[in-house]
Design a protein around this ligand. Structure first.
Ligand code: BTN
Length: 260
């Protein structure tokens, strides 16, 4: 196992950028901003293994092997927010998928506060503006949990998939590291609520942010596909869908993709 210093010294840090995030963090947490990382997920896992505490924030100006959900790639040129937050949850493992929605809520609130834009959350982990994706969340468990957050801020559109947008393309100006700090602040606040009181209040707060409720969805779950109308989040954060057959079915985030 590498030491904390060794993990950190293997990459170039930018102390000025770290200073911009610092004011938003609780006193004991640290933000590391690296000029380049393969993936902040890997850096965060290594830091967690080396003893970095709950709340540690790892950011990179760009990533060479950015990871998306379900083994996809996350295009990570300059202009995006690429961050991973180390958490040490004490709630049962079965509740960990809720962290994806909690992070989505934190990012949506931070974007609204800084830009006035109103993103919606496409269950379980995408943030949309209209029908275009502006941010994504990735949760990984190893030594603790790492929450990965990617937001397209000023990235050039031609470097992104065609179904993506950026905050800049939506007419919003915002300072990337201020946004990062605010995302961290909102995430830790909702995390504390979740740790102490569970998912109930978060579920209620999430409801108006959710995209596509009352609308038709196609769902790919493993090798099966389902069609129906997305209708709700259940008390655990699973998606409730009224299938075209009339049956209500709930979906776990694991292997599911929404095909609108
Ligand atoms: C998705 O929508 O599929 C999730 C995308 C998550 C991307 C972020 S960027 C920061 C962190 N590092 C990664 O390699 N991935 C996550």
């Amino acid at each position: 196992m590498k030491s904390l210093t060794k993990v950190v010294s293997s990459a170039r840090r930018d102390r000025d950028l770290e200073a911009r995030v610092r004011p938003y963090l609780p006193t004991r947490a640290t933000a590391y901003v690296f000029l380049e990382a393969e993936s902040t997920m890997e850096m965060a896992h290594q830091l967690a293994e080396a003893g970095a505490p709950h709340g540690t924030f790892v950011l990179a100006v760009q990533q060479t092997q950015g990871k998306g959900r379900l083994g996809r790639t996350w295009n990570s040129p300059k202009g995006g927010l690429y961050g991973s937050i180390i958490l040490k949850p004490t709630r049962p493992d079965t509740e960990l998928p809720q962290l994806s929605l909690i992070a989505g809520l934190a990012v949506a609130e931070a974007i609204r506060e800084l830009t006035g834009l109103l993103p919606s959350i496409r269950w379980p982990n995408d943030l949309l503006i209209g029908s275009l994706k502006v941010a994504g969340i990735l949760i990984e468990r190893r030594d603790g949990v790492v929450v990965g957050i990617g937001v397209n801020v000023t990235t050039r559109l031609k470097e992104l998939p065609k179904e993506a947008t950026t905050l800049a393309a939506q007419g919003a100006e915002c300072e990337l590291y201020q946004l990062a700090g605010l995302v961290h602040q909102r995430l830790m606040a909702w995390y504390d609520e979740w740790s102490e009181s569970g998912f109930a209040k978060i579920r209620e707060t999430l409801h108006p942010w959710m995209a596509g409720f009352g609308q038709p969805v196609r769902i790919s779950a493993g090798s099966e596909e389902f069609e129906g109308t997305a209708s709700d989040l259940d008390e655990s954060g699973r998606l409730v869908v009224r299938l075209d057959s009339g049956v209500l079915k709930t979906f776990d985030a694991g292997e599911v993709t929404l095909l609108h």
